[in-house]
Design a protein around this ligand. Structure first.
Ligand code: ADP
Ligand code: MG
Length: 140
């Protein structure tokens, strides 16, 4: 398994509850390295651009409003098989379906306000990292 990078976002429901450190501990305990990280407040337009693959979904407007409702922490996670490993640590989209011990099982409030985002494939990871970070900001 090769070393990969994936884009992670700690969402506004989690930053509001001061959970950044607890969520980062889950990543680090799983062997993921935080190779870049910054706290930003997205506009609704920026959230909409990031989530444009979901533009036709019924929850798109709600999702964009939520993602712009408070600060987020955007991160690059690095490690062996980081894309799948991060998805494992996150747990299922709906916290009701998330395995015990996962971030979403422990912290998510609902299927929409589910504490974290993680890229789902190498192509989307590369695109999503480039949306938030210049190459010089990702240090491994
Ligand atoms: P994931 O974040 O697990 O990759 P998706 O890519 O399917 O999940 O959806 C993106 C985000 O949209 C989810 O993390 C969640 O915040 C929101 N979302 C997904 N499904 C719903 C839904 N049925 N109702 C409200 N929000 C949703
Ligand atoms: Mg997704």
């Amino acid at each position: 398994m090769a070393t990969e990078r994936t884009l992670s976002i700690i969402k506004p429901d989690a930053t509001a509850r001061n959970l950044t450190g607890k969520i980062n501990a889950k990543f680090e305990e799983a062997g993921l390295r935080i190779a870049a990280q910054k706290r930003i407040h997205l506009t609704k337009a920026q959230a909409g651009e990031f989530y444009k693959v979901h533009a036709e979904r019924p929850f798109y407007d709600e999702l964009c409003t939520f993602m712009a409702s408070g600060p987020v922490v955007v991160q690059v996670l690095e490690g062996e098989g980081a894309i799948a490993k991060n998805r494992d640590v996150m747990g299922a989209t709906n916290p009701a379906d998330a395995a015990p011990g996962t971030i979403r099982a422990e912290f998510a409030e609902s299927v929409g306000e589910n504490s974290v985002h993680g890229s789902d494939a190498p192509e989307t990871a590369a695109e999503e990292i480039a949306y938030f970070f210049a190459g010089i900001e990702v240090v491994g």
